[in-house]
Structures are given as structure tokens and as C-alpha cells.
Design a binder for this molecule. Structure first.
Ligand SMILES: *Cc1c(COP(=O)(O)O)cnc(C)c1O
Length: 365
């Protein structure tokens, strides 16, 4: 008997392992600092819009998410016709890969880049090519050195998850300039709203300048709407057209469209979330540094912390200790960072508890 065989690449996928929300034997209601969900949760206006969508559950959603795209376009000063919404930015990243790469093609990303990139590369049957990284920062020259005639796509998360590092606008422009025109550059800006650096750019100007750069955004992080699954891409017309052909005709639920629109129109809430992060990220980072732990600089809403290799003090030991005490950070073994843990910048009470657990962990005999 022969069984159906999946297409080449599918069984090479290392399934995505989300940050945990509980651990066996740990407290039932742990504090989850493992998935970078917005500390303040969604805008009240988004919650009201979500509830309002209950009245029309029997009707298909607006297929092209026009009202939502117009709202995003107004707020960001972008052409709504070149915005495509996705069920999470994950869907968009996958469809960009589906649209532009397949068997025999290569997709380049950086060693500690976001784990969705290997998944979508294998999913479309393309060959992932991993550029080396020094000091946990995307290395433009190393990525350019990986480009071959088979390269179709380059992914960069800026800032990157899980490192928190970013490359400045001039480096991003140098990356684009160093790539052939027929290579799609995807700039995944999941954490853009948190960044407070003068030399940062989302790369919108690179999207506008050519026909080969896409920027993706999400409502899962600063907007606090991860459960809704909503993201968007800003792309050159021809790429937007490809993404519109590939997406499901009703890929964004009515509730997500309504809540997303209300959320993007409540920029005061976004500003509060950014201010919260700007205040509490340094606070938490300093607490960890004061314990002798190495904290990597972060432009996003999380920090990556390196633990010693001393038995009893390792990242694995720390994870068990945190989880046992009701706080769950993100393990980063899957990112080739087995000596680190990533912590989301949560609410004040959550971070105060996490800092206290860290202190007790490092003080153990
Ligand atoms: C969280 C995250 C996303 C967002 O994914 P969604 O599917 O929109 O929830 C995308 N890219 C990176 C780097 C992320 O960390």
C-alpha cells in the first residue's frame, strides 16, 4: 500500500512553537510574558466595535476589507489600494512566499530571525538560506553574500524578534540597493510602533520607490488584538495584486475588520502603550542587569536576557524557576539562543513580580 505523500518541503517544517501560557505542574493562572502581546490590551473602542459585529454574524464580511484599509491608509498616509489585509501578518508572509518562490528557489533570512520565515520557506518548497549574524544583529553584508541567482525573497524583521535589535534606515536602504531588482524584500515591522529611535524607518519609502519591497504590520502587538488575527501589508501595486489573488475571498472576519478599524483610529491608545513600554522596558532591563545578567538592547516590547552557563543558573533553570513561580518567559532554544530567555514588557504588577522572581533565582544558594 502506498500512502499519499505531502509535497517536498512540508515535512521539513519544524512546527511553530508559540510561547507557553502554562506549564505542567505550574500555577493554573500564570502570567504570560512569552508572546509579546500588548501590555495594555486593546483600545476600548476596538472592544466595542468587536461586540457590535455580533449583530451581523450571518452576513459575509466585506471581502476586500475596504473600510478597514481606508482607515489604515488615512492614519498612515498610505494608498489603501496598495494595502492588503491578512489573517495575522503570518498569512501575508506566507502568501508573499507562495507568490514569489517555489521549488528550486532560495529565500534568505538571518540566523536569529523570526521563526515563521523557515516555516513559510519550506511550505512553498523553496530552499531556506540562513545568513550568519554577529552580536545578534541583522548583518546586511552577510545577507547580501548569501544571494545567488536562485534568490527570490529576503525576509527581515525590523526590529527583530527575539533579539530586539534593529538596523537603521540607511542600512535598510543599503540592503535594498544591494539586492537585484527581481528579488522581493519583505520588511516585517511587527514592532514598529514601539520604536523610539531617530534613525529608524519602517521602509515605507523603499516600498514607494520601487516594485520589489513589501512592508508588513500587525494588530497583534501594540494594538493588543492578537486573538483577532489581523495584519496588513503595504506593497507595490503588482505585488498587492498577487496577494489579493492568493488570499481567501473573505480572509478577514467582520469582527476583525470592525475592531481593527476602531483600533487604528484610536492612536491615543497606541501612544499610551508606547509610553508604557518606554517607561517599563528600561526599568525591567535595569533590574535584570543589576543581577549580573546580560540584557540585549531592544527597540521593541520585549527584552532578551542571557543567563550564565553555571549549573543552577542557566536559562533552562531560570525558565523552570519562573514558571514554577507563576511567570512564563519565552524559551529561545528554537532561535539558536539556548542560553537566553525573552520577556515581554507586561504591566507594572507583572514586571514587578518577574523582577522579584529573577532576584530570588539569582540569590539561590
Ligand atoms: C508577532 C510577530 C508577527 C505577528 O504575527 P501575526 O500573525 O500578525 O500575529 C510578525 N512578525 C514578527 C517578527 C513577530 O514577532
Amino acid at each position: 500500500m502506498t500512502a499519499p505523500a505531502p509535497r517536498p518541503g512540508i515535512l521539513d517544517i519544524e512546527p511553530y512553537r508559540p510561547g507557553k501560557s502554562s506549564v505542567p505542574g505550574g500555577p493554573a493562572h500564570a502570567i504570560k510574558l512569552s508572546a509579546n502581546e500588548g501590555a495594555l490590551g486593546p483600545s476600548p473602542a476596538a472592544l466595542a466595535a468587536y461586540a457590535g459585529a455580533a449583530k451581523t454574524l450571518h452576513v459575509y464580511p466585506e471581502g476586500g476589507a475596504v473600510t478597514l484599509r481606508e482607515a489604515i491608509g488615512r492614519v498612515h498616509g498610505l494608498d489603501p489600494d496598495r494595502i492588503v489585509c491578512g489573517a495575522g501578518s503570518d498569512e501575508l508572509l506566507y502568501n508573499i512566499a507562495r507568490g514569489y518562490a517555489g521549488p528550486g528557489d532560495e529565500i534568505v533570512y538571518s540566523r536569529h530571525g523570526f521563526n515563521i520565515y523557515p516555516i513559510v520557506s519550506h511550505a512553498v518548497g523553496a530552499t531556506p538560506v540562513v545568513a550568519p549574524e554577529e552580536k545578534l544583529v541583522f548583518d546586511v553584508d552577510a545577507v547580501l553574500a548569501c544571494v545567488t541567482e536562485r534568490t527570490r525573497l529576503v525576509f527581515i524583521a525590523n526590529p527583530n524578534n527575539p533579539t530586539g535589535s534593529y538596523i537603521p534606515a540607511d542600512e535598510l536602504a543599503r540592503l535594498r540597493a544591494g539586492l537585484r531588482d527581481d528579488i522581493v524584500l519583505v520588511i516585517d515591522c511587527a514592532y514598529a510602533e514601539f520604536v523610539m529611535r531617530n534613525d529608524y524607518s519602517t521602509g515605507v519609502e523603499l516600498v514607494d520607490r520601487g516594485a520589489n519591497t513589501v512592508m508588513t504590520r500587525t494588530f497583534s502587538k501594540i494594538y493588543g488584538l492578537a486573538a483577532l488575527r489581523l495584519g496588513w501589508a503595504y506593497a507595490p501595486s503588482a505585488i498587492a495584486d498577487v496577494l489579493n489573488r492568493l488570499r481567501g475571498p473573505f480572509n478577514i472576519s467582520t469582527a476583525a475588520q470592525a475592531a481593527g478599524r476602531a483600533a487604528v483610529e484610536d492612536q491615543a491608545h497606541v501612544n499610551r502603550a508606547r509610553d508604557h513600554n518606554a517607561a517599563w522596558l528600561p526599568w525591567f532591563a535595569e533590574r535584570m542587569q543589576a543581577l549580573g545578567l546580560h540584557v540585549y538592547p531592544s527597540a521593541a516590547n520585549f527584552i532578551l536576557v542571557r543567563f550564565p552557563d553555571t549549573p543552577g543558573r542557566t536559562a533552562a533553570d531560570a525558565f523552570a524557576f519562573f514558571a514554577g513561580n507563576g511567570v512564563i518567559p519565552r524559551e529561545t532554544n528554537g532561535y539558536h539562543l539556548p542560553d537566553c530567555l525573552r520577556f515581554t514588557i507586561g504591566r507594572e504588577d507583572e514586571l514587578t513580580l518577574a523582577a522579584d522572581i529573577a532576584r530570588r533565582f539569582m540569590a539561590q544558594g
